[in-house]
Design a protein around this ligand. Structure first.
Ligand SMILES: Nc1nc2c(ncn2[C@@H]2O[C@H](COP(=O)(O)OP(=O)(O)O)[C@@H](O)[C@H]2O)c(=O)[nH]1
Ligand SMILES: [Mg+2]
Length: 332
């Protein structure tokens, strides 16, 4: 997500005060009666300092997308990574500062006009003190927004219109290999909470349709009961973008996970996701005991057979995706 550069309170005030100084110099060198000069100069300083600060905050507020208008996937993502409430609270604080500053800007301008020339600089100092104190009041919020900027920098770019498959299964069953086989370009890596290597997104243009495949290493590859609440949330966020889940079995069990455990994880994921799940039996080329594998295949609804590293069975998966996409289009 794009978040503009977030300044520190010092940076906000430095900019505002130096611009105010320039504005004051301009007034001082202009042709106005001598007795009015100090008041006019101080008035310009107050106005400029306040307005520059307001503009700084307003431009941040305008550039940050409204969270509630984002896709649910992003809302959940932001919530898991930085917390949506905290995010909204920080933006609220910026808004609060803008309103307050524009209010006392007027008050101090009036005060200057009513004061004597000798008091003008005193009033201006008071106004600057007030401005600085408001800006420092929201220091925590500015820090938080800067933290959010860093954290949300590499958020996944998702095409929400594309029909999307999320790939699940234990480690080393062949998820990444399949993803590379399915997609034309190298899959893109983006951050995803609680995955050490991030999320991988691959694209395929097939008969003028855009398919999207997502591999989430470290998230859909272990028992759900081992997950904490935040990880569960991160997993549920995936549901917003999955049209279908591809659950990969390692039929050869060479990855070290018995088919029995793989079936358990399948059932757990099936329980969490409301989306359809397509079972895929990979590493068929390494299978030695086909009866053993068949006893699992027979328990599941029309699973597909695959040897991802050999590229065997990939076309059938794409055909399945196409079939699924057609059904989805019919439904909508
Ligand atoms: N023989 C064989 N090896 C495979 C097959 N699919 C994947 N592999 C190998 O299994 C290992 C793990 O694959 P990977 O795609 O990284 O699994 P992931 O952890 O689920 O992403 C790699 O060494 C792959 O080359 C397959 O169909 N047959
Ligand atoms: Mg992998």
């Amino acid at each position: 997500m794009f978040i503009p550069t977030i300044p520190t309170p010092e940076e906000v005030l430095d900019k505002s005060f130096s611009r105010a100084k320039k504005a004051a110099n301009k007034v001082r060198s202009s042709k106005i009666p001598r007795h009015q000069k100090s008041k006019k100069t101080e008035e310009a300083r107050i106005k400029t300092a306040c307005q520059v600060t307001e503009e700084t905050f307003n431009s941040i507020l305008e550039k940050i997308p409204k969270i509630s208008t984002l896709n649910m996937f992003y809302q959940d993502y932001i919530d898991v990574v930085v917390g949506v409430d905290q995010f909204k609270k920080s933006l609220g604080a910026l808004k609060w500062a803008v309103d307050l500053i524009s209010k006392f800007e007027n008050q101090y301008v009036f005060k200057i006009r009513r004061s004597s020339s000798e008091d003008a600089s005193k009033v201006r100092k008071e106004a600057f003190g007030r401005l600085a104190s408001v800006v420092y009041r929201i220091e925590d919020e500015l820090n938080f927004l800067d933290f959010a900027k860093q954290k949300l920098r590499n958020m996944p770019t998702i095409d929400f219109k594309a029909t999307t498959a999320v790939i699940a299964g234990f480690p080393n069953v062949g998820k990444s290999t399949l993803l590379r086989q399915l997609t034309t370009a190298e899959p893109k890596v983006a951050d995803y909470p609680f995955t050490t290597t991030g999320i991988q997104i691959g694209h395929l243009e097939h008969k003028w349709t855009h398919f999207q495949f997502i591999d989430t290493p470290g998230l859909l590859d272990r028992p759900v009961q081992d997950m904490n609440e935040i990880e569960l949330n991160a997993m549920v966020a995936l549901e917003h973008l999955a049209d279908i889940v591809f659950y990969i079995f390692d039929a050869s069990e060479t990855s070290g996970y018995p088919l029995e455990s793989q079936l358990n994880l399948y059932n757990e994921i099936k329980h969490v996701f409301k989306t359809p799940i397509q079972c895929i039996f990979n590493k068929m080329d390494l299978v030695e005991n086909i009866e053993h594998v068949n006893s699992y295949i027979n328990q599941l609804e029309s699973p597909l057979m695959l040897s991802a590293s050999e590229g065997i069975g990939v076309t059938e998966i794409i055909a399945k995706m196409e079939e699924f996409d057609n059904e989805k289009k019919k439904r909508s």
